[in-house]
Write a protein that binds this ligand. Structure first.
Ligand code: GCB
Length: 583
């Protein structure tokens, strides 16, 4: 229920409401009430559950896949945990709070975003004569602020002595088809007598073993995890007491290398070419709630088009999606929720390109703490995923403004230090961050660009846009001859069924011409290593005169019907090999 903030709510009592809400899902599109859909502030969820007595001898953990954006969790009236950040999991042991009979789980959520959170929101409050507060978040980003319990909530059990986490970092010798897999095991509760690990291949045969909490296991004749040809081993870790395994933790993992060198992005030593998308977690009714059927369909549509990758724009996606990508061989650029780190936006870049340009972003924003936490949490959750080949630290920040380098340098350092697999790092550049104006591109391993020549700039003029695209890409390549360059967004809003003999913007013809123009230029730039268009599918945004029931840059509609450009892109991508496209 929406919190009217008139009388205090007692989390130990039944909520004063008969409203029902499905979980996991965003709350917004479930109620058919405009006021609830757009509610900003606090809202509550509640349910009761029982735990069979024998189970309570185990350690019981309540885990939230996510709670968007801030959660206070109460069990039987007592606050047991709190978490801020809407796209990463958190958990808490609940044994001490459980009762024999019904347990009451109550969650208070907030969907407020401001200058201290990521994503960044423009937050304001007004008070009426009775002192009643109305809160408002104007999103500083281009997607609807769907909130709620978007991902599964589970109670799982472990023995008291348990395995907390496993860190897996394969060191691969490609020439000898061998890998030294470094496995670190974190345990909790009373210590085990021994920790043992066996590695199983896909058929379930044991191919390696070791013991200890910090061990190296060598795999010979190793099967590599390859884009679209995934191969997953399983590390089966056993915590032993008195000769018996008391806790067993199985973690699937892939063995592959990722390296950036000489303007190439190498996967398993071969120059990879990214073909794919920026996406959103966004479906009808569920909003940003987990929708596994859509996830499966989306990856199938990608594969059918000859795509091999996507970026988790603009926040970490569900655990379920990451596991699916591991399994399906889809290559992922994994992005933090740092979107909207820019307090002024203008289409006049003449000022921005001047050397001393400064706006108020790095003075006004107080996002550094949340940003650090988000980097910790995304790497902590996704470190073992073979599908993740690069971390994106932010999308379209004010990198052109003085202060950007000071802001980003420590964050890049942190991510490099935390990632056990030492993947490349990037952030995604807004159009005003060009080779002259960008203040922090030296930090990047790969130059990732979002560009809209022909759409937001020189709308409809693909000739000028082609020249500008070419000139800018050449300038980046000249500035950083050793850094690969890729597009992480480019697109044109398109209303399906709208046609034009004059190739007008918004028509299906224009969308195709726009992509053909960009493809031509991409093929001319030697260090250009990938094209991820914007967007996989149409998605919901806040209201705006540039939006028609949301953003229509999808090459699929929101219900995943193809627009006609899908045929062109499928032809192109099927003719581009995953490896060795750029010599
Ligand atoms: C961008 C943003 C993305 C928007 C897109 C657009 O640069 O990164 O979130 O949706 O442009 O369509 O305007």
């Amino acid at each position: 229920m929406v919190d009217p903030e008139t009388t205090p709510i007692d989390p130990g009592k039944p909520l004063p409401t008969n409203d029902v809400m499905a979980v996991p899902a965003s709350f917004n599109d479930q109620t058919a009430e405009a006021k609830i859909r757009s509610h900003t502030g606090y809202f509550w969820y509640q349910r009761s559950f029982t735990v069979a007595k024998p189970l309570r001898a185990q350690r019981l953990v309540l885990r939230f896949g996510s709670a968007t954006h801030e959660a206070w969790v109460y069990l039987n009236g007592k606050e047991i945990t709190h978490h801020k950040g809407g796209f990463t999991p958190f958990e808490v042991e609940i044994n001490d709070y459980l009762k024999d009979e019904d347990n009451l789980l109550t969650v208070k959520l907030s969907n407020i975003l401001d200058y201290s959170t990521i994503p960044v929101g423009n937050y304001s409050e007004t008070k009426d004569v009775d002192g009643h507060i109305t809160r408002k978040v104007d999103e500083n980003f281009d997607f609807f602020n769907y909130a709620g319990l978007n991902r599964p909530i589970k109670i799982y059990s472990t023995p008291k002595a348990h395995i907390d986490d496993i860190v897996i970092a394969p060191d691969v010798d490609l020439a000898h088809k061998q890998a030294d897999v470094h496995i670190m095991v974190q345990t909790g509760g009373e210590p085990f007598d021994e920790v043992r690990t066996i590695i199983l291949d896909e058929e379930g045969h044991q191919v390696g073993e070791g013991s200890g909490t910090d061990e190296q296991i060598t795999l010979s004749r190793v099967h590599l995890w390859q884009p679209l040809h995934a191969y997953l081993y399983t590390a089966k870790v056993e915590g032993m007491l008195n000769g018996q395994p008391v806790d067993i933790y199985e973690e699937p993992f892939g063995v592959r290398t990722v390296k950036v060198t000489d303007g190439k992005f190498l996967i398993n030593g071969q120059p990879f070419y990214f073909k794919g998308f920026g996406k959103h977690e966004d479906t009808y009714i569920n909003g940003k709630g987990l929708n596994e059927a859509y996830n499966v369909l989306d990856l199938n549509l990608m594969k059918k088009m000859g795509a091999n990758s996507f970026r988790t724009s603009h926040y970490p996606y569900s655990d379920e999606m990451m596991r699916l990508c591991d399994r399906e061989g889809i290559v992922v650029i994994d992005e933090t929720p740092a979107v909207g780190l820019m307090v002024s936006f203008t289409f006049d870049n003449s000022e921005i390109s001047k050397p001393g340009y400064q706006d108020d972003t790095w003075k006004d924003l107080k996002t550094a703490t949340a940003h650090r936490q988000a980097i910790h949490e995304i790497i902590d959750r996704d470190k073992n995923h073979a599908c993740v080949v690069m971390w994106s630290i932010a999308n379209e920040a004010a990198n052109y403004s003085k202060g950007a380098h000071e802001y980003f340098e420590p964050l890049f350092k942190l991510a490099r230090q935390l990632d056990p697999q030492k993947r490349p790092l990037t952030y995604i550049d807004l159009v005003w961050s060009n080779p002259q104006s960008d203040k922090s591109s030296d930090l990047l391993d790969v130059i990732c660009l979002n560009r809209y020549y022909g759409w937001y700039l020189d709308t409809g003029d693909l000739e000028i846009s082609e020249e500008k695209t070419r000139a800018e890409l050449k300038a980046w390549q000249a500035k950083y001859p050793d850094k690969p360059i890729m597009y992480t967004e480019y697109g044109a809003d398109t209303i399906p069924g709208l046609h034009s003999a004059y190739d007008e913007p918004w028509s299906e013809e224009f969308q195709e011409d726009y992509y053909r123009m960009n493809s031509r230029v991409f093929d001319e730039i030697p260090n250009f290593v990938g094209e991820q268009l914007w967007n996989f599918a149409d998605f919901q945004t806040k209201y705006g005169i540039q939006r028609v029931q949301g953003n229509k840059k999808g090459v699929f509609t929101r219900s995943r019907e193809p627009k006609s450009v899908v045929r062109y892109l499928s032809q192109r991508w099927h003719s581009i090999p995953n490896f060795g496209y750029k010599k």
